[in-house]
Design a protein around this ligand. Structure first.
Ligand code: G3P
Length: 220
């Protein structure tokens, strides 16, 4: 089995933007683990985070399948790649797009650039898996930012998504997120059939992000 993923979405948390994004990324880079630690950062912080945390995998939180030219404010995948991104989230619950947007993005990015498409439920996960992104991450919107991990609040949606995605394509990895905070949440996510987790507040709202990060990978 390949190394489990721990993707930390910095969102626009105050503790994870600007200079704080650089410190948090450095804390992630310093965690000793066999897991793949990935920071999903604001496009504005991308270059600075890549420079501050060499060796850490850095993803965007969103990209647009646009060409070069007249596209004010849109996020061109090639710019992200040139600035050091190795992947992106897309269709996050807080930044929904059409299936067509996801499909066009997948067509546009190079093979090695990873795309994690987010889904609210099993149905959406199945539809996204058919487009063959690298990962589908299931995150029930009502549990995002909450105190209870999806792995405890709704384990069936995690195992159901894992099964549905595998049925569609063996090439698509599965992540889950919403309320994930501890090593036992991560280990339960793996037991339920995923390759890892996507989380935010468990790290960004922690008093000590390094302690939270070490806990997350403690049972892997
Ligand atoms: O993208 C991760 C996210 O939506 C889950 O957020 O705060 O519940 O870990 P959180």
């Amino acid at each position: 089995m390949s190394d489990p993923l721990v993707v930390v979405n910095f969102k626009t948390y105050q503790t994870a933007h600007g200079a704080s994004a650089e410190s948090l990324a450095l804390a992630m880079a310093n965690i000793e683990t066999g897991a793949r630690m990935i920071a999903a950062v604001s496009a504005i912080d991308l270059s600075a985070v890549v420079a501050a945390a060499p060796g850490l995998e850095v993803w965007c939180q969103h990209l647009d399948p646009v060409g070069f030219g007249s596209n004010t404010g849109w996020l061109h995948p090639s710019t992200a790649i040139e600035r050091g991104a190795s992947g992106t989230l897309i269709n996050h619950a807080e930044h929904k797009v059409s299936l067509e947007h996801v499909a066009m993005l997948l067509e546009q990015v190079p093979e090695e650039f990873e795309v994690c498409a987010c889904a609210a439920d099993v149905e959406e996960a199945r539809a996204l898996a058919a487009l063959e992104p690298d990962f589908v991450a299931v995150e029930p919107p009502e549990l995002i930012g909450g105190e209870v991990s999806v792995t405890s609040a709704d384990p069936e949606i995690v195992s159901g998504t894992a099964q549905a995605v595998k049925d569609v394509s063996g090439a698509v990895g599965i992540l889950c997120g919403a309320g994930v905070k501890t090593g036992s949440d991560v280990s339960k996510a793996i037991d339920l059939g995923t390759s890892g987790v996507l989380l935010a507040s468990g790290v960004t709202k922690s008093d000590d992000p390094s302690v939270a990060l070490n806990d997350l990978v403690s049972l892997l």
